[in-house]
Write a protein that binds this ligand. Structure first.
Ligand SMILES: NC(=O)c1ccc[n+]([C@@H]2O[C@H](COP(=O)([O-])OP(=O)(O)OC[C@H]3O[C@@H](n4cnc5c(N)ncnc54)[C@H](OP(=O)(O)O)[C@@H]3O)[C@@H](O)[C@H]2O)c1
Length: 269
């Protein structure tokens, strides 16, 4: 049972996870500890009652789940620092670092420790993350324990480890893709008469509504689109113009470009 969580690396995503966790019923601020070297940059977490520290071994020994939320080049030194403090009998190590494999982590911390990888996104701070998780077959039990924590913070999916780079692009980068789409729609909204903040609210809530329609029904997007597109109507005219201008193609090509980038990184390590 995971009761205490250490987040090693209180940057963008580490902080977002801490902020999400304190909104769950399962975890209070007292059950979370976040570390980074420049502590003053996470004093806002301390104000919420979350323990902050620059002492990684201390944070590790206090926790059941240790989440690594640092950049790739920081992983090796960090694992060398904390590896000996992890108890393989009771603790789980979960890495958010897309370019470091489970095998590479095990090379440093040893084979006995339960290691998994996960890919959340920034919406974890509002409990709306899409979190993809993977582990080797001998750590399936621990994976389920970690999944139950992240189920409280949005949706989760267990995937094959080889899909983690793709998960990074679709889920983690995906937040930025949707935000940019919302911004573009807001800009259109301003041009047809709304103030910027009104346009953003309309675009954001409409996008949330579209996503909720699909998540709740499991329907294909076109099934819902068919309900909006009356023959010779205004919606189909706009949609077809967007398609003529390459909306679908631009999004797919963007995803492929990000995917190629992450594969280049992995191949040139
Ligand atoms: N951002 C996202 O949405 C997202 C989503 C999924 C996965 N990820 C992955 O998560 C990792 C972190 O991403 P990020 O965007 O949060 O990066 P970030 O904002 O740069 O955060 C990294 C944090 O690690 C801390 N750090 C570095 N060395 C440390 C050490 N030895 N001990 C403790 N803390 C240390 C840094 O703070 P100090 O310099 O003060 O120590 C910094 O706050 C990356 O590998 C990224 O690919 C990110």
């Amino acid at each position: 049972m995971i009761k205490k969580i250490a987040i090693i690396g209180g940057g963008n995503i580490g902080k977002a996870i801490a902020l999400g966790l304190v909104q769950t019923r399962q975890f209070s601020s007292a059950s979370i500890i976040v570390t980074r070297r420049k502590l003053s940059l996470i004093s806002d977490l301390a104000e919420k009652g979350i323990e902050i520290s620059d002492d990684n071994p201390y944070a590790v020994t206090k926790s059941d789940l240790i989440i690594l939320a640092v950049r790739p080049m920081q992983v090796k030194a960090l694992l060398e620092e904390i590896g000996n403090y992890i108890n393989p009998e009771t603790q789980i190590l979960a890495s958010l670092v897309p370019s470091v494999s489970i095998a590479e982590i095990r090379n440093i911390v040893g084979n006995e420790i339960a290691v998994m990888r996960m890919m959340p996104n920034l919406a974890i701070s509002v409990k709306e993350s899409m979190t993809l998780l993977s582990a080797e077959s001998n750590n399936r039990e621990e994976l389920k324990d970690v999944q139950s924590v992240f189920n409280e913070l949005g949706k989760t999916l267990i995937i094959d480890d080889e899909l983690i780079p793709a998960a990074t692009v679709l889920g983690s980068c995906g937040i930025a893709f949707f935000l940019r789409t919302i911004r573009a729609i807001s800009q259109g909204g301003i041009q047809i008469g709304f103030h910027a903040e009104q346009a953003q609210l309309i675009a954001s809530q409409t996008s949330k509504g579209a996503a909720t329609l699909l998540i709740d029904s499991g329907n294909h997007p076109e099934k819902e689109i068919d309900k909006v597109t009356t023959p010779r109507g205004i919606t189909i005219a706009g949609l077809n113009e967007m398609d003529h201008r390459g909306l679908n193609s631009a999004l797919i090509k963007g995803i492929m470009t990000s995917y190629n980038e992450i594969n280049n990184l992995l191949n040139n390590k």
